[in-house]
Design a protein around this ligand. Structure first.
Ligand code: DGL
Length: 278
Protein backbone atom coordinates (compact mmCIF):
# COMPACT_ATOMS: atom_id res chain seq x y z
CA UNK A 1 0.00 0.00 0.00
CA UNK A 2 1.33 3.47 -0.90
CA UNK A 3 2.03 6.17 1.70
CA UNK A 4 -0.89 8.23 0.29
CA UNK A 5 -3.31 5.30 0.61
CA UNK A 6 -2.14 4.74 4.20
CA UNK A 7 -2.62 8.46 4.94
CA UNK A 8 -6.18 8.28 3.61
CA UNK A 9 -7.01 5.18 5.62
CA UNK A 10 -5.82 6.89 8.80
CA UNK A 11 -8.33 9.67 8.11
CA UNK A 12 -11.23 7.22 7.71
CA UNK A 13 -13.85 7.02 10.48
CA UNK A 14 -14.41 4.32 13.11
CA UNK A 15 -17.69 2.43 12.69
CA UNK A 16 -19.54 1.94 15.99
CA UNK A 17 -22.81 0.05 16.28
CA UNK A 18 -25.38 -0.93 18.85
CA UNK A 19 -28.99 -2.08 19.08
CA UNK A 20 -30.01 1.53 19.79
CA UNK A 21 -29.01 4.41 22.01
CA UNK A 22 -27.01 2.45 24.60
CA UNK A 23 -23.86 2.27 22.52
CA UNK A 24 -23.59 6.02 22.81
CA UNK A 25 -21.91 5.35 26.17
CA UNK A 26 -19.14 3.67 24.15
CA UNK A 27 -19.10 6.44 21.50
CA UNK A 28 -18.79 8.94 24.37
CA UNK A 29 -15.69 7.20 25.73
CA UNK A 30 -14.15 7.06 22.25
CA UNK A 31 -14.80 10.81 21.82
CA UNK A 32 -13.19 11.54 25.21
CA UNK A 33 -10.19 9.24 24.84
CA UNK A 34 -9.50 9.48 21.09
CA UNK A 35 -10.61 13.02 20.22
CA UNK A 36 -8.99 12.96 16.76
CA UNK A 37 -11.10 10.05 15.54
CA UNK A 38 -14.26 10.50 13.47
CA UNK A 39 -17.14 8.14 14.25
CA UNK A 40 -19.94 6.74 12.10
CA UNK A 41 -22.51 5.43 14.57
CA UNK A 42 -25.40 3.13 13.74
CA UNK A 43 -28.20 2.47 16.28
CA UNK A 44 -30.63 -0.31 15.32
CA UNK A 45 -33.60 1.48 16.90
CA UNK A 46 -36.15 -0.41 14.75
CA UNK A 47 -35.05 -3.82 16.05
CA UNK A 48 -34.00 -3.05 19.66
CA UNK A 49 -33.81 -4.84 22.09
CA UNK A 50 -31.16 -7.40 21.16
CA UNK A 51 -30.89 -8.64 24.75
CA UNK A 52 -33.76 -11.11 24.46
CA UNK A 53 -33.05 -12.32 20.89
CA UNK A 54 -31.38 -15.47 19.60
CA UNK A 55 -27.79 -15.85 18.44
CA UNK A 56 -28.79 -16.43 14.78
CA UNK A 57 -30.82 -13.23 14.70
CA UNK A 58 -28.09 -11.16 16.33
CA UNK A 59 -25.51 -12.51 13.86
CA UNK A 60 -27.77 -11.63 10.90
CA UNK A 61 -28.42 -8.11 12.25
CA UNK A 62 -24.70 -7.58 12.91
CA UNK A 63 -23.74 -8.73 9.41
CA UNK A 64 -26.22 -6.28 7.86
CA UNK A 65 -24.94 -3.40 9.98
CA UNK A 66 -21.33 -4.20 9.16
CA UNK A 67 -22.20 -4.20 5.44
CA UNK A 68 -23.76 -0.75 5.90
CA UNK A 69 -20.74 0.56 7.84
CA UNK A 70 -18.41 -0.69 5.08
CA UNK A 71 -20.28 1.56 2.63
CA UNK A 72 -19.11 4.44 4.86
CA UNK A 73 -15.47 3.35 4.35
CA UNK A 74 -14.73 2.80 8.02
CA UNK A 75 -11.17 1.75 8.96
CA UNK A 76 -12.19 -0.29 12.02
CA UNK A 77 -15.40 -1.39 13.73
CA UNK A 78 -16.43 -1.39 17.39
CA UNK A 79 -19.38 -3.56 18.40
CA UNK A 80 -20.60 -1.32 21.21
CA UNK A 81 -23.46 -3.66 22.15
CA UNK A 82 -22.57 -6.24 24.82
CA UNK A 83 -25.19 -8.68 23.50
CA UNK A 84 -23.89 -8.49 19.91
CA UNK A 85 -20.29 -8.70 21.15
CA UNK A 86 -21.19 -11.87 23.08
CA UNK A 87 -23.19 -13.57 20.34
CA UNK A 88 -21.83 -12.34 17.01
CA UNK A 89 -18.21 -11.12 17.31
CA UNK A 90 -16.59 -14.54 16.71
CA UNK A 91 -18.66 -15.12 13.54
CA UNK A 92 -18.39 -11.69 11.96
CA UNK A 93 -14.69 -11.16 12.64
CA UNK A 94 -13.82 -14.18 10.48
CA UNK A 95 -15.42 -12.49 7.46
CA UNK A 96 -13.68 -9.11 7.87
CA UNK A 97 -10.44 -7.66 6.55
CA UNK A 98 -10.47 -4.63 8.86
CA UNK A 99 -10.00 -4.68 12.66
CA UNK A 100 -13.12 -5.25 14.74
CA UNK A 101 -13.46 -5.30 18.53
CA UNK A 102 -16.30 -5.94 20.92
CA UNK A 103 -16.81 -4.63 24.45
CA UNK A 104 -16.59 -7.92 26.35
CA UNK A 105 -12.90 -8.76 26.15
CA UNK A 106 -11.63 -5.34 27.29
CA UNK A 107 -13.96 -5.36 30.33
CA UNK A 108 -13.16 -9.00 31.14
CA UNK A 109 -9.42 -8.38 30.93
CA UNK A 110 -9.44 -5.49 33.40
CA UNK A 111 -11.74 -7.27 35.86
CA UNK A 112 -9.53 -10.40 35.79
CA UNK A 113 -6.40 -8.31 36.33
CA UNK A 114 -7.75 -6.14 39.17
CA UNK A 115 -9.86 -8.48 41.33
CA UNK A 116 -8.29 -8.94 44.77
CA UNK A 117 -10.40 -11.82 46.08
CA UNK A 118 -11.03 -13.63 42.75
CA UNK A 119 -14.83 -13.10 42.83
CA UNK A 120 -16.24 -11.11 39.92
CA UNK A 121 -19.89 -10.24 39.30
CA UNK A 122 -21.22 -9.58 35.79
CA UNK A 123 -24.54 -7.95 35.02
CA UNK A 124 -26.05 -7.71 31.54
CA UNK A 125 -28.99 -8.66 29.34
CA UNK A 126 -30.41 -12.18 29.43
CA UNK A 127 -28.66 -13.11 26.17
CA UNK A 128 -25.29 -11.79 27.34
CA UNK A 129 -25.47 -13.62 30.67
CA UNK A 130 -26.80 -16.86 29.11
CA UNK A 131 -24.03 -16.82 26.50
CA UNK A 132 -21.44 -17.32 29.31
CA UNK A 133 -18.98 -15.31 27.22
CA UNK A 134 -17.89 -12.98 30.05
CA UNK A 135 -16.90 -15.96 32.27
CA UNK A 136 -15.11 -17.51 29.27
CA UNK A 137 -13.04 -14.38 28.57
CA UNK A 138 -12.33 -13.81 32.28
CA UNK A 139 -11.12 -17.39 32.78
CA UNK A 140 -8.91 -17.14 29.70
CA UNK A 141 -7.09 -14.40 31.61
CA UNK A 142 -7.23 -16.07 35.00
CA UNK A 143 -8.67 -19.60 35.40
CA UNK A 144 -8.79 -19.28 39.20
CA UNK A 145 -11.47 -16.57 39.22
CA UNK A 146 -15.10 -17.30 40.14
CA UNK A 147 -17.65 -15.41 38.03
CA UNK A 148 -21.20 -14.71 39.17
CA UNK A 149 -23.65 -13.57 36.46
CA UNK A 150 -27.00 -11.84 36.84
CA UNK A 151 -29.35 -10.72 34.07
CA UNK A 152 -30.90 -7.33 34.85
CA UNK A 153 -33.48 -6.83 32.05
CA UNK A 154 -35.37 -4.01 33.78
CA UNK A 155 -32.37 -1.66 33.78
CA UNK A 156 -32.57 -0.92 30.03
CA UNK A 157 -36.15 0.47 30.03
CA UNK A 158 -35.50 2.34 33.31
CA UNK A 159 -32.48 4.09 31.78
CA UNK A 160 -34.38 4.89 28.58
CA UNK A 161 -37.15 6.35 30.77
CA UNK A 162 -34.50 8.62 32.28
CA UNK A 163 -34.94 7.17 35.81
CA UNK A 164 -31.24 7.23 36.55
CA UNK A 165 -31.57 8.31 40.19
CA UNK A 166 -35.13 7.20 40.91
CA UNK A 167 -36.04 5.25 44.10
CA UNK A 168 -37.80 2.66 41.91
CA UNK A 169 -34.56 2.01 40.00
CA UNK A 170 -32.67 1.84 43.30
CA UNK A 171 -35.07 -0.80 44.64
CA UNK A 172 -34.74 -2.81 41.42
CA UNK A 173 -30.94 -2.57 41.70
CA UNK A 174 -31.03 -3.76 45.33
CA UNK A 175 -33.02 -6.84 44.34
CA UNK A 176 -30.83 -7.65 41.33
CA UNK A 177 -27.54 -7.17 43.17
CA UNK A 178 -28.43 -8.71 46.53
CA UNK A 179 -27.16 -12.22 45.76
CA UNK A 180 -23.98 -10.99 44.05
CA UNK A 181 -23.15 -9.08 47.23
CA UNK A 182 -23.88 -12.19 49.35
CA UNK A 183 -21.48 -14.09 47.07
CA UNK A 184 -18.78 -11.65 48.18
CA UNK A 185 -17.83 -10.12 44.80
CA UNK A 186 -15.15 -7.41 44.89
CA UNK A 187 -15.62 -6.37 41.23
CA UNK A 188 -18.74 -5.82 39.15
CA UNK A 189 -18.69 -5.58 35.35
CA UNK A 190 -21.37 -3.24 34.00
CA UNK A 191 -21.92 -5.60 31.06
CA UNK A 192 -24.60 -3.73 29.13
CA UNK A 193 -24.37 -0.46 27.25
CA UNK A 194 -26.95 1.27 29.45
CA UNK A 195 -25.48 0.40 32.85
CA UNK A 196 -22.66 2.98 32.98
CA UNK A 197 -25.48 5.56 33.12
CA UNK A 198 -26.56 3.93 36.40
CA UNK A 199 -23.05 3.98 37.80
CA UNK A 200 -23.67 6.30 40.74
CA UNK A 201 -26.93 4.55 41.69
CA UNK A 202 -25.20 1.13 41.55
CA UNK A 203 -22.29 2.55 43.54
CA UNK A 204 -24.79 3.54 46.26
CA UNK A 205 -26.16 -0.02 46.36
CA UNK A 206 -22.87 -1.98 46.29
CA UNK A 207 -20.83 0.40 48.46
CA UNK A 208 -17.30 1.74 48.02
CA UNK A 209 -15.42 -1.56 48.26
CA UNK A 210 -16.75 -3.11 45.03
CA UNK A 211 -14.78 -2.05 41.95
CA UNK A 212 -17.14 -1.09 39.10
CA UNK A 213 -15.70 -2.03 35.71
CA UNK A 214 -17.00 -0.04 32.73
CA UNK A 215 -16.41 -1.98 29.48
CA UNK A 216 -17.18 1.18 27.45
CA UNK A 217 -14.13 2.94 28.90
CA UNK A 218 -11.88 -0.12 28.60
CA UNK A 219 -12.97 -0.60 24.97
CA UNK A 220 -12.06 2.98 24.04
CA UNK A 221 -8.62 2.41 25.58
CA UNK A 222 -8.15 -0.87 23.76
CA UNK A 223 -9.29 0.72 20.49
CA UNK A 224 -6.59 3.38 20.93
CA UNK A 225 -3.94 0.66 21.39
CA UNK A 226 -5.22 -1.25 18.36
CA UNK A 227 -5.13 1.83 16.11
CA UNK A 228 -1.57 2.61 17.26
CA UNK A 229 -0.41 -0.96 16.64
CA UNK A 230 -1.96 -1.04 13.16
CA UNK A 231 -0.70 2.45 12.23
CA UNK A 232 -4.32 3.58 11.83
CA UNK A 233 -4.48 6.54 14.23
CA UNK A 234 -5.99 9.68 12.78
CA UNK A 235 -3.32 12.34 12.18
CA UNK A 236 -3.22 15.41 14.47
CA UNK A 237 -6.01 17.85 13.59
CA UNK A 238 -4.30 21.11 14.59
CA UNK A 239 -7.37 22.51 16.32
CA UNK A 240 -9.97 21.13 13.91
CA UNK A 241 -12.75 19.12 15.54
CA UNK A 242 -13.59 15.51 14.71
CA UNK A 243 -16.76 14.93 12.71
CA UNK A 244 -19.31 12.33 13.77
CA UNK A 245 -22.24 10.94 11.83
CA UNK A 246 -25.26 9.16 13.23
CA UNK A 247 -27.59 6.68 11.53
CA UNK A 248 -30.56 4.76 12.90
CA UNK A 249 -33.14 2.32 11.58
CA UNK A 250 -36.11 4.16 13.18
CA UNK A 251 -37.21 7.09 15.38
CA UNK A 252 -34.36 9.44 14.48
CA UNK A 253 -35.67 12.38 16.52
CA UNK A 254 -36.01 10.35 19.75
CA UNK A 255 -32.49 9.01 19.24
CA UNK A 256 -31.16 12.52 18.69
CA UNK A 257 -32.72 13.82 21.92
CA UNK A 258 -31.23 10.96 23.95
CA UNK A 259 -27.84 11.41 22.29
CA UNK A 260 -27.79 15.11 23.03
CA UNK A 261 -28.54 14.39 26.68
CA UNK A 262 -25.48 12.17 27.15
CA UNK A 263 -22.86 13.20 24.59
CA UNK A 264 -20.45 16.10 25.08
CA UNK A 265 -21.57 17.67 21.75
CA UNK A 266 -24.78 18.33 19.82
CA UNK A 267 -25.06 15.54 17.25
CA UNK A 268 -26.94 17.54 14.63
CA UNK A 269 -28.71 15.55 11.95
CA UNK A 270 -29.49 11.84 12.40
CA UNK A 271 -30.32 9.89 9.28
CA UNK A 272 -32.73 7.00 9.11
CA UNK A 273 -31.75 4.15 6.81
CA UNK A 274 -33.43 0.89 5.80
CA UNK A 275 -31.05 -1.62 7.34
CA UNK A 276 -32.80 -4.69 5.85
CA UNK A 277 -31.49 -3.53 2.44
CA UNK A 278 -27.91 -4.38 3.46
N1 DGL B 1 -27.16 -2.72 23.84
C1 DGL B 1 -27.61 -3.87 24.58
C2 DGL B 1 -26.41 -4.50 25.32
O1 DGL B 1 -25.42 -3.86 25.60
C3 DGL B 1 -28.72 -3.51 25.56
C4 DGL B 1 -30.03 -3.17 24.90
C5 DGL B 1 -30.64 -4.32 24.12
O2 DGL B 1 -31.10 -5.31 24.74
O3 DGL B 1 -30.63 -4.24 22.91
O4 DGL B 1 -26.44 -5.66 25.61
Amino acid sequence: MSVTDMGNIRKAPIGVFDSGVGGLTVAREIMRNLPNEDIVYFGDTARVPYGSKSKDTIIRFSQQIIRFLRTQNVKAIVIACNTASALALDEVEEELDIPIIGVLKPGAKVAAATTRNGKIGVIGTESTINSQMYPKYIREQNPEVAVYGKACPLFVPLVEEGWLKDPVTEEVARRYLENLLKDGIDSLILGCTHYPLLRSLIRGVVGETVNLVNPAYETARELGELLREEGLEHPERNGQKACHQFYVSDAAEKFRNFANSILPCDIGETQKIHIEDY
